[in-house]
Design a binder for this molecule. Sequence first.
Ligand code: ADP
Ligand code: MG
Length: 473
Amino acid sequence: MAFSIRTRLTFWYVTLLTISLVAFGATFSYSLLKIFMNRTDNQISSVANMMVHTVIKPSGQLFLPRDFDIILERFFGIRTAGNYIQVLDPHGQPVAKSSNLEALSLPITGDTYNAAVNGATTFEIIRNVGRYPVRVVTKPILLKQKGLVAIVQVGSSLEGMDEIFHSLAYIFILGIIASIVIASAVGWFLAKKALKPVAEITKLARKIGAENLNERINVTTAQDEIGRLASTINDMIGRLEKSFKQIKQFTADASHELKTPLTILKGEMEIALRSKDNMEYMREALKSSLEEIDRMNYIVRNLLDLAKMDVEKESLPREPVNLEKVLKERLDHFKRLALDSGIQMYILKSSPVVVYGDSVRISQLMFNLIDNAIKYTPRGGAVELSLGEEDSRAVVKVKDTGVGIAKEDIPYLFDRFYRVDKARSRDVGGAGLGLSICKEIAESHGGSLEVASEVGKGSVFTARLPLAAPSPA
Ligand SMILES: Nc1ncnc2c1ncn2[C@@H]1O[C@H](COP(=O)(O)OP(=O)(O)O)[C@@H](O)[C@H]1O
Ligand SMILES: [Mg+2]
């Protein structure tokens, strides 16, 4: 059976309290008993000693008057004060006893008698004399010439102590029961108070869904464990909220991006239908339609790429990739385009750098960066490529003398579908996915992608990738 934390806390609290109280009660009673016994023993001992000196004459004869306790008190000033006194002969038979014993006598066990014969004094508690237990000291009288002449027994009723211990036990039991009741109630209440934030967290977690991710747990005490738990959960909800927003934004952007070419496509088709016999019109419309289809194709391909990369982040193929080779291939690929755009493109410096990763993706990363550099650089400009090593990382730089990027756009540059100048980018083709793909590629390889730019002067994109461990050869 599973108990709630509140029940368990209360249970432990009460159990501990009960154990402490019982332990305290037991120690207290034991100490008190010890003190009491010591006092009683001292008292009966001293009476016994005086008895020894009183009942034996200097000649060694026993002196045993009847009612001797009264005589003791009158003539010798020994206050028997309620003590039972008994004198036994060497065989253990009573020969005299104090008047308060009346018909009773203090029994002597075999062990005690043997101890007395051997000269030892014994203290014990005897229970069958009168209503209350009696503490009894048994002391032998030994003379050098005669050996054992008598045994003196002095007993003191433990009546007072018995009463005290009864009342004490009564007080303790009542006290402990009352404490348990009070402690249970207080513990139950305190546990509820301590666990209130947990109840709040549970309540909130129960009602949170995709629609109300903006809700947060009310953190009152941030310093304690529960406070930290609450803020951790808040942070987690925060991250979820952000991811949700991004996904929503992404879906909206993707639909929008696909809708534009579809609308254009529809328009073109309608023109084509209406142009009937005009071949020239028809051709124009079809050509334009093809362009839109290419555009959609491009967007969908990029979207697929991004989706794929999200999924395969962990399982990218890993092989040695010669960056210098890839860079040269990319240069060859763009040579024609650069020439047509009136842009000078060259490799400033390069070295045989090898990284470990997916050659297709790395090639795509360079493609996108060079593609952008040419797209956003006017005629007469230059695109400069370089490859090197820095802090055991491969560094690829794509630098252009193009339009540059304003400071306020830079934080969003790598976001999906982000374009600085939407109208212009549409002319040059592109959906704002290129750089987010680049960043994704760099990061999935354990690298980074950064940009430095100045409006009107140009931009530098720097990709850093971890070097492949140098092969033993
Ligand atoms: N080399 C560059 N020079 C100036 N602006 C750039 C450069 N590269 C990218 N940008 C800006 O960043 C935006 C996002 O780039 P990208 O993700 O490749 O999208 P796309 O090229 O499809 O527009 C571009 O629209 C452009 O405004
Ligand atoms: Mg691009």
